[in-house]
Design a protein around this ligand. Sequence first.
Ligand SMILES: [Mg+2]
Length: 410
Amino acid sequence: MTPQSAARWPRMILLADMNAFFASVEQVDHPEWRAKPVALTNGDIGTCIITCSYEARACGVRTGMHIDQARQLCPRLIRVSSRPQRYAEVSTNIMRALACFSPEIEIFSVDEAFLDVTHCQQLWGGPREIANRVKRSVYENSGVLCSVGVGGDKTSAKFAAKLQKPDGLTIIPPWQARARLAATPLTELCGINSGIANLLAAYGVYHCADLQKLPISVLARRFGNPGRRIWLMAQGLDPEPVKCNLPPARSIGHGKVLPPNTRNVDTIRVYLMHMAHRVAERLRGNRLVAQRFLFGLRLYRDWLKTVERSLLPSDDEMVIYRLGSRWLDRNWGGQGIWQIRIIALDPGAACQDDMFQRKHPRRERAHRAMDQINQRYGAMTLASARLLERSSMPDVISPAWKPQGHRKTV
Ligand SMILES: [Mg+2]
C-alpha cells in the first residue's frame, strides 16, 4: 500500500480509552481532588487499590497494591470509596456521545470503545480530525480525558491508543502498521495470552516480525481460526470486525467475598439468598430464565461447586435459593468459606405464555414492582427481610460492564 495521507483509508478503526477512568470521574466530581494523588478502594473496608489517578501513579502507586504500602509511597494519597453506579452513569453518557460518530460502535469495556469510522471519513474528515473530535466530545460529555488510537484494524488501533497516555492521540496508517508492529512483543497485542505466546516461543516467535517468517498455515494447523487471526494481527491486518451487538448471554452470575473462614451456616444462607436475589433480578431485567444453576463455595484452597437443575426454567430468587439451600445441606461439610457464587447457565428467553409463569401472577407483579424500585433507587433497596443482615461490602464494577443488555449490572 502506498502513502496516501489525504485519501480515504480502506478501513478506519478508532479506539477511545478513558484515562484512569474511575479516578478521573472522582476528580471531576470533586474539584478539590484535581491534580492530586487519588486512590480508590472498595468502600472503607477494602484495603486493595482498585485504581488510582495519574498523580498517584507518578509516586509508584499501582492497581492491586495494599493501601498501607501505597500510603508509604505517597503520604498525601487521598483514599476514596469507589462508586460503581456513578462510573456506570458517566460511561453511559460517554458511549452515547461516541455512538453519534458512527453507528458501528463496540463497547469493549466500561472505559473503552472501538468505532468503525470507515464510512464516516467524508463526514468527519481524516484520522486526526476524527480523533480530535472524539476526544473533545468525550471531554464535553464527562469532563474526562481519553487516549485515542486510530488504525486500519482493531489491533493497530488498540496498540496505538496505548502508546500515549494520558490524553494521547496516535495514528498508525494501514500502510505503516506492519513496520510499526514489527518490534512489538506478541504479548502486547490485545488477545494474545501467555499460553499462546509460550507455544509460539517454541517456534522462536516472540515479536510480531518473527511471525512473518512463519507461514500462516502453521498457525492455522496448530490453533485453527484464532491462529490465522493472530498471524494477520501481527501484520496489522486484523480481520476482526467492530462488533456492534452483544452476543447472547451464556451465563449470568454473581459472587461475593465473605469474611475469611466463615463457618456460620446462617451467615452463609444470607449470602446465598443475596446472590440468588441478584441473579434473579438480572435474569428478569433481561427477560431471561434459566434451569441450570451453578452453586459454588470457595474453601481455603479450592472450590466446592455443583450444577443443580430446577424443575422448570425460572427467574425467581426463591426457586434459586431453595435449590441452593438444598445443595448446601447435602454438600457442605462445615468447612470455612471465603467466597460464594451463583451462576445461571445457558439462560433463554422467558416465554410470556408459559403456563408456569402465568401460575404466579401475584409473585410476578411483586417482582416487577421490586425491580422497578431497585432500578430507580439502587440495587437491593427493596429485598427480603432476611437480607437486612446481608454483607455491607459494596459491589465492584466488572470490567465487562456494558451500558445495555445482560452486562448492565454493577
Ligand atoms: Mg482506560
